[in-house]
Design a binder for this molecule. Structure first.
Ligand code: ADP
Ligand code: ZN
Ligand code: MG
Length: 502
C-alpha cells in the first residue's frame, strides 16, 4: 500500500489531540440529485443547469433514485445502520454560488448512522509494517447523509479576476454524501489512515471516483487538544478546503502544535474555521463560528420523506462488492501469499482483479505475487508509471512465472526479458516471441566444460570444500551461473557440481 510513512510530531507529554473528519463524496450518477441535468465534469461553465438546480421559484425537485441507491451502498460499506425513513431539510444561508439561498441536505433524520471504519492502530505506515496490520482500531461514523452540492466560485483565471469572482453553477445539485466521523481520531497519522481507508472502500463500491483534484472528495478536519487523562473535549477549530490527504496530515500537525502553544501560554482557543496554506505549512483563521451559522433548518416542503424499506435495502445490498480487507484475507488463504503481498496487490480493485486472474491461470500464484513485487513494482517506480499502465500485464506476469516455474527460463533471463518489455513497451509474451522463445541452457556438456574451468581456476575454494566447508557449493554455483551469463538452469548446475565434487 502506498502510505508513505511521514515524520510526525512526537506525542506531546501533557496534551493529546482529538480529531473528527467531515468528508464529502460526490456520487457518480449521470444526472443531478433533484433534476435531470448532466453531472459531467469539465463542461463549459453554466451549461449543465435548469430551473430546478438554478433555484427558480416554483421549480420542483424530484429525487434521483440512483443517487439514493449509491448513498445507501456507501453507507452500508461504512457499516452504518440505514434509517428506513430520512428527511430532506433546507439549510439556509447566503452564498454567491448558492442561487436558491438554501442547500437541500439532511439534518436530524439522516440516511444512515452508527457506522465505523477499521484502521490499523497507530495510523499511517503501520498497515503493512510493524504490527502487520493486525491491531485494529474502530473509528466511529456518526452519520452519512445525502445533500446537493453548491456551485463553484472561480477567483482566478479570468482577465478581471483581480476585481471579480466568476461563478460556475454546473456543480449545483450534484449529489453528495457527507460522511461525519466521531471524534475518535487520535493523531494526524490516524486521520491520514482513516481517509485512505475511506477512499479505498468507496472506490471499491464504484459509487464515486473520489478524485480530490476534481472535487469529488473533500475533507474538513476538526481538531482540538486536551490535557491527557481529561474526558471532556477541548474547543475545536475546523480546517477547510485542504486538497490532499498529505496536506490534511500536515495541517493537523501544525494546528495541534499551535493550539498547544496557545493554551500553554495561557490563551484560549476560539472556535473558528481556519484555512491551510500548504506553501507555508500554516493554518490561518478565516471566520469565527460565533458570528456564523444559524442555518434555520426546516423540512424541505417540496420533498416527501425518503423511505428506503427492507426490500429496497436488500436489492441495493446485492451490489455490495467484496471489500479490500476481506479480499486480502481471502487472497492470503487462496494463494498462499503474505499479508504484505495482499496489501500491495489490492491497492486498486482493477489490480486485484487482474492479479487474481493471473494467479488462477498460473501454476504457482505465490511466484506471481513475488514477481509483481520483486520485478514489476521497481521497474514501474523507476519509470514513474502506475501499475495500471504497466507494459507487462498480469497475464504477462503469469506467463513469465510459469516459464520460470517449469525451468524453461532462468530468473536472470526473466529479468532481461522484463527490461526489454519496458524498453519496447510491449507485454511479456510479445517480447518472449520476438526474442525467439529463449530457453535456459540445459546443454550438459557445455556446462560441464564451464564447471571444469571454474574448479581449475579456484583451487583454494576447492580445497576448502574438500576439507569440509560444504557451503562453498554456493560459491561455485554462483561462478558457473555467472560464466554462463545466466543462461544455465541453477538446478542443473547444482546437480552437476554436486556430482563432480563427489
Ligand atoms: P459542528 O456543529 O461545529 O459542525 P459537529 O458536532 O457537527 O460540529 O461535529 C463536526 C465534526 O467535528 C465531527 O466529525 C465531530 O466528530 C468533530 N468534533 C466535534 N467536537 C470536536 C472536538 N471538540 N474536537 C475535535 N473534533 C470534534
Ligand atoms: Zn438542473
Ligand atoms: Mg456539523
Amino acid at each position: 500500500m502506498a502510505t508513505t510513512a511521514q515524520t510526525s510530531v512526537a506525542a506531546h507529554p501533557r496534551f493529546e489531540p482529538v480529531i473528527g473528519l467531515e468528508v464529502h463524496v460526490q456520487l457518480l450518477t449521470a444526472s443531478k440529485i433533484f433534476c435531470s441535468c448532466s453531472t459531467r465534469f469539465g463542461a463549459p461553465p453554466n451549461t449543465n443547469v435548469c430551473p430546478v438546480c438554478l433555484g427558480m421559484p416554483g421549480a420542483l425537485p424530484v429525487l434521483n433514485r440512483k443517487a439514493v441507491e449509491f448513498a445507501t451502498l456507501a453507507a452500508m460499506v461504512l457499516n452504518c445502520r440505514i434509517n428506513e425513513t430520512s428527511i430532506f431539510a433546507r439549510k439556509n444561508y447566503f452564498y454567491p454560488d448558492l442561487p436558491k439561498g438554501y442547500q437541500i441536505s439532511q439534518y436530524d433524520k439522516p440516511l444512515a448512522e452508527h457506522g465505523y471504519i477499521e484502521i490499523p492502530a497507530g495510523g499511517a505506515g503501520t498497515s503493512a509494517g510493524s504490527n502487520g496490520g493486525k491491531q485494529k482500531k474502530k473509528i466511529g461514523i456518526t452519520r452519512v447523509h445525502m445533500e446537493e452540492d453548491a456551485g463553484k466560485s472561480l477567483h482566478e483565471g479570468f482577465p478581471d479576476s483581480d476585481e471579480k469572482t466568476a461563478i460556475d453553477l454546473n456543480r449545483t445539485g450534484v449529489p453528495l454524501v457527507e460522511i461525519v466521523s466521531e471524534p475518535d481520531i487520535a493523531s494526524p497519522d490516524e486521520a491520514y489512515e482513516y481517509l485512505t481507508r475511506l477512499k479505498e472502500i468507496i472506490l471499491y463500491t464504484g459509487v464515486s471516483d473520489c478524485n480530490m483534484e476534481e472535487g469529488s472528495l473533500r475533507c474538513d478536519a476538526n481538531v482540538s487538544v486536551r490535557p491527557r487523562g481529561q474526558n471532556e473535549l477541548g474547543t475545536k477549530t475546523e480546517i477547510k478546503n485542504v486538497n490532499s490527504f498529505r496536506f490534511i496530515r500536515e495541517a493537523l500537525e501544525y494546528e495541534i502544535g499551535r493550539q498547544i502553544d496557545v493554551i500553554e501560554s495561557g490563551g484560549k482557543i476560539t472556535q473558528e474555521t481556519r484555512l491551510y496554506n500548504a506553501n507555508e505549512g500554516k493554518t490561518y483563521g478565516m471566520r469565527s463560528k460565533e458570528q456564523a451559522h444559524d442555518y434555520r433548518y426546516f423540512p424541505e416542503p417540496d420533498l416527501l420523506p425518503l423511505v428506503v424499506d427492507e426490500k429496497w435495502r436488500a436489492e441495493i445490498a446485492r451490489a455490495l462488492p467484496e471489500l479490500p480487507e476481506a479480499r486480502r484475507a481471502r487472497m492470503v488463504k487462496d494463494y498462499g501469499i503474505t499479508e504484505y503481498d495482499a496489501q500491495v496487490l489490492t491497492v486498486s480493485k482493477s489490480l486485484a482483479d487482474q492479479f487474481e486472474e493471473a494467479a488462477k491461470a498460473a501454476k504457482n500464484p505465490k511466484r506471481v505475487a513475488n514477481l509483481v513485487q520483486g520485478e514489476l513494482m521497481g521497474r514501474l517506480k523507476a519509470k514513474g508509471i502506475a501499475i495500471e499502465q504497466s507494459p507487462i500485464s498480469m497475464r504477462g506476469v503469469a506467463a513469465s512465472a510459469d516459464l520460470v516455474e517449469s525451468g524453461t527460463i532462468s530468473g536472470k533471463m526473466l529479468k532481461d526479458l522484463y527490461d526489454l518489455s519496458f524498453e519496447r513497451s510491449k507485454d511479456f509474451p510479445v517480447v518472449y516471441e520476438e526474442e525467439g522463445r529463449p530457453q535456459q541452457s540445459t546443454d550438459t556438456s557445455t556446462l560441464e566444460k564451464i564447471i571444469d574451468e571454474i574448479l581449475a581456476a579456484n583451487p583454494k575454494q576447492l580445497e576448502q570444500y574438500r576439507t569440509g566447508k560444504k557451503t562453498m557449493l554456493g560459491f561455485f554455483v554462483g561462478q558457473v551461473m555467472k560464466a554462463s551469463k545466466g543462461q544455465a538452469s541453477p538446478q542443473l548446475v547444482n546437480e552437476l557440481l554436486t556430482k563432480k565434487l563427489g
